[in-house]
Design a protein around this ligand. Structure first.
Ligand SMILES: Cc1ncc(COP(=O)(O)O)c(C=O)c1O
Length: 391
C-alpha cells in the first residue's frame, strides 16, 4: 500500500527538522542555544489563564458552534475594528484551530486545482506546501534584500498569469521581518481586485512593529473587501501558541465555505481556549505592549551584534521577531549552502538557526529573537567564533 498522491506534494516543515536535531543534542546534555523556534518565550498572561480556569470550573466543556462562539467572533471583529478601522460583522468571521488552520481553510475554500498562487519570497514554508496540497502551483515572486524584502505592486503585476487565483502577503513577515509600506499594500490590493484575484493577508505578527510604527490592516479598505481575506492568530500576540486559536475575516461566502469544511474536520476550536481568547481580546492589553518593548530591545541588540560580525550583512526587520542575515560570504570559505551552514553551526558551536532554503532564498538564515538576552548574547558570540574559524 502507498500513501495518497497528495501526500507526495508536501514535506515536513524544514523549520521543524532543525528543531529536531537541536532537541536530540539537548537530550544528550549539550548546551544548545536555540534560535529556531518561532514562538514567544513569555508565558500566557495571567488574566487569560484565569479565564480558561473559570471556563473549566463552570463546565464550559461541550461542543460549541463549529465556527466558534458568537461572543468570540464579535470580539475578534470589534478588536480588528478598534485596531485597524475595519468593519467586519459576525457572519464574516470564523474561529479556527490556530492561524495555520485558518490558512488551510482559506486555501481549501477558494483555490482550485491548477490555479496559480503567488507567494513572495522569502515566505513562510506553510504557504507553499498548502498550495501544493490543494493541487495549485506556487508561483514565487522574488523580493529584493536591498529593498528590505518588500513586495511592490509592480513586482506583482509582472508575475500575474491568467491562472492566478490568490496572492499571499505576510506583513510583518516571517522570516524576514519585512513590513510592507501601507500605501504600496493598498496598491497591491487594488491590483488584486482589478484582476479578480484574492489577497490573503496573514496578520499573525500584526502587533509586532518597531520604531513606533502603527499597525495596519488591508482589511481596513472598504472598497476592496470583496477580494480580501484576513488570516489572524492569537498565538504570538498573546503568547498563546499552544492554545490553538486563529481566525478568518472575509466575505460571508468564504467564511461559510470554511465553516462547511471545518464542520467535517476539526469542528469547533477547543471550548476552553475560546473563553481564554475572549479574555485575551477584551481584557487588559498591557502585556502585549510589554512583550513588544522587550522584543524591541532584543531586536536592536541582535541586529547590532550581527552587523558587527565580519562577513554577515543584515537588513533591518521592521516587525515580527526574526532576523534574516545574509551569510553568503561563508560560501567562499568551505560552506556549500545555508543548510550546510546551519548543520555545521549546530555541530561545531551548538547554535540552532533555520536555513534560508526553507523560506525560498539561498543566502540567509533565520534567527528568532524570541529568547532571553542571555541566550542571545551567548549564541551571537558563538556565531562570531564560527564565522571567524571558517577557512
Ligand atoms: C507567518 C505565520 N503565519 C501563521 C502562523 C500560524 O501560527 P498558529 O497556527 O500558531 O496560529 C505562523 C506561525 O509560526 C507564522 O509564522
Amino acid at each position: 500500500m502507498t500513501l495518497a498522491a497528495r501526500m507526495s506534494r508536501i514535506s515536513v516543515s524544514q523549520t521543524m527538522a532543525v528543531a529536531e536535531s537541536a532537541l536530540r543534542l539537548r537530550e544528550n546534555g549539550v548546551d544548545v542555544v536555540d534560535f529556531g523556534p518561532g514562538e514567544p518565550d513569555f508565558p500566557t498572561p495571567q488574566n487569560i489563564k484565569q479565564a480558561a480556569i473559570r471556563a473549566i470550573e463552570s463546565n464550559f466543556s461541550k461542543y460549541t458552534s463549529v465556527g466558534g462562539i458568537t461572543d468570540l467572533k464579535k470580539a475578534i471583529a470589534e478588536k480588528h475594528s478598534r485596531d485597524f478601522g475595519s468593519r467586519y460583522s459576525v457572519p464574516e468571521c470564523i474561529v479556527n484551530v490556530g492561524g495555520k488552520h485558518a490558512i488551510f481553510n482559506v486555501f481549501s475554500a477558494v483555490v482550485n486545482e491548477g490555479d496559480d498562487v503567488i507567494i513572495p519570497t522569502p515566505y513562510w514554508v506553510t504557504f507553499a506546501d498548502v498550495a501544493r496540497y490543494v493541487g495549485a502551483n506556487p508561483v514565487f515572486v522574488h523580493t529584493n534584500e536591498s529593498d528590505g524584502f518588500r513586495l511592490t505592486a509592480d513586482m506583482l503585476a509582472r508575475s500575474l498569469t491568467p491562472k492566478t487565483r490568490l496572492l499571499v502577503v505576510n506583513s510583518p513577515n516571517n522570516p524576514s521581518g519585512a513590513v510592507l509600506d501601507d500605501d504600496e499594500f493598498v496598491k497591491i490590493a487594488r491590483l488584486c481586485r482589478d484582476r479578480d484575484i484574492y489577497l490573503l493577508s496573514d496578520e499573525c505578527y500584526d502587533h509586532f512593529l518597531y520604531d513606533g510604527r502603527k499597525p495596519f490592516s488591508i482589511g481596513s479598505q472598504q472598497d476592496l473587501m470583496s477580494h480580501i481575506i484576513i488570516a489572524g492568530s492569537l498565538s504570538k500576540t498573546y503568547a498563546m501558541t499552544g492554545w490553538r486559536i486563529g481566525y478568518i475575516l472575509a466575505t460571508a461566502e468564504i467564511v461559510s465555505g470554511a465553516n462547511k469544511l471545518q464542520s467535517h474536520s476539526t469542528s469547533n476550536p477547543a471550548s476552553i481556549s475560546q473563553k481564554a481568547a475572549l479574555e485575551a481580546l477584551t481584557g487588559p492589553q498591557e502585556s502585549v505592549g510589554e512583550m513588544l518593548a522587550e522584543y524591541g530591545r532584543r531586536r536592536k541588540f541582535v541586529i547590532e551584534r550581527l552587523r558587527a560580525i565580519p562577513g554577515i550583512r543584515c537588513s533591518e526587520p521592521g516587525g515580527a521577531f526574526y532576523a534574516y542575515p545574509n551569510i553568503s560570504s561563508a560560501f567562499q570559505r568551505g560552506i556549500k549552502d545555508t543548510l550546510e551552514f546551519s548543520v555545521k553551526l549546530l555541530e561545531r558551536k551548538y547554535v540552532a538557526v533555520v536555513p534560508g532554503e526553507a523560506f525560498g532564498t539561498k543566502e540567509h538564515v533565520r534567527l528568532s529573537y524570541a529568547t532571553s538576552m542571555e541566550q542571545l548574547d551567548k549564541g551571537l558570540n558563538r556565531i562570531a567564533e564560527f564565522m571567524n574559524e571558517l577557512g
